[in-house]
Design a protein around this ligand. Structure first.
Ligand SMILES: C[S@@+](CC[C@H](N)C(=O)[O-])C[C@H]1O[C@@H](n2cnc3c(N)ncnc32)[C@H](O)[C@@H]1O
Length: 276
């Protein structure tokens, strides 16, 4: 509980919807006629943003009408992508009441209110009946969760037999102190970055079969190089994750990119299957 309070505090903004709407207007968008991809620079809170989600989605065997669970949905960018581009019905859950409020407001603005629903709650006590979902995923969430055994047991419980569970988390590659703050934590008290071997061990103990694992460090380094080149050529864009991350966004990103470049951590995908 103390961890969850610290995590929710870390992500608290206070006036996020208004800040996003102002930034959209400053970027030249018509805020009364938005489409999901207009929001992607600000609502995909993970390394690589929308392109990372697109590459990840290809591995989840998606079909129109599938019921998906987005664990730690944040502002719901990925939920809206899976609904609008793949025809899925998505339920999101997140610790932050502010984030789920903004997620639902943004879904309504782009006409997806019926197909994307987000609610406040914990990934460690999912408010869903057993076998509720065809598939589940989490994007950059496990770094905030110490008790991954319980997390994976909960995901297995709410998945249908043989349902796929996709993970895209920052994982540990080598020992060494991380620099804080990072985008997911103000300090070590709410940061639980684990290595891929620990994920696999805990996933298997929960009954999952790990089908695929992909290190995305090179992809991340390329994304950071592109961001630097773009920033140098055009200056800071009005619409970006700095709106969500607040005043110390620059330090958070610099610390994370430094530790990825140094080989301490890397974004990593895992695709797992629940037992038949
Ligand atoms: C870095 S953000 C990623 C948000 C979203 N998945 C995305 O990629 O845009 C991490 C999110 O995980 C949520 N989170 C962390 N721990 C959680 C928990 N135990 N239960 C539910 N949500 C959690 C946070 O509130 C935050 O919104």
């Amino acid at each position: 509980m103390q961890i969850e309070q610290a995590v929710a505090r870390h992500y608290a903004h206070g006036a996020l919807e208004e800040a996003i709407m102002n930034a959209l207007a400053a970027a030249g968008k018509d805020v009364n006629h938005l489409v999901p991809k207009d929001l992607a620079p600000v609502d995909e809170f993970h390394v690589g943003g929308r392109p990372a989600t697109t590459a990840f989605a290809q591995q989840l065997g998606l079909r129109p009408g599938m019921r998906l669970l987005d664990i730690g949905c944040g502002l719901g960018g990925a939920s809206r992508y899976f609904a609008s581009e793949h025809g899925c019905e998505v339920r999101g859950i997140d610790l932050s009441a502010e984030y789920v409020g903004v997620a639902n407001a943004l879904a309504a603005r782009v006409g997806l209110a019926g197909r994307v629903t987000c609610e406040q709650g914990s990934a460690l006590a999912l408010p869903f009946a057993p076998g509720s979902f065809d598939g589940a995923y989490m994007l950059h969430v496990g770094m905030n969760i110490e008790d991954k055994a319980r997390l994976f047991a909960e995901v297995r419980r709410v998945l249908k037999p043989s349902g796929l569970f996709g993970i895209y988390d920052v994982m540990r590659l080598a020992d060494g102190d991380l620099s804080y703050p990072v985008p997911w934590a103000s300090g070590p008290e709410s940061s639980f970055v684990a290595d891929a071997a620990s994920y696999r061990h805990l996933l298997e103990a929960a009954g999952f079969e790990v089908l695929k694992q992909r290190d995305r460090r090179d992809f991340a380094l390329e994304v950071f190089a592109q961001m630097r080149a773009k920033g140098a050529a055009a200056g800071p864009a009005p619409l970006g994750l700095h709106i969500v991350m607040g005043a110390d966004a620059g330090r958070k990103v610099k610390n994370m990119t430094g530790d990825i470049s140094a080989g301490l951590i890397a974004p990593t995908e895992m695709i797992c299957r629940a037992p038949a």
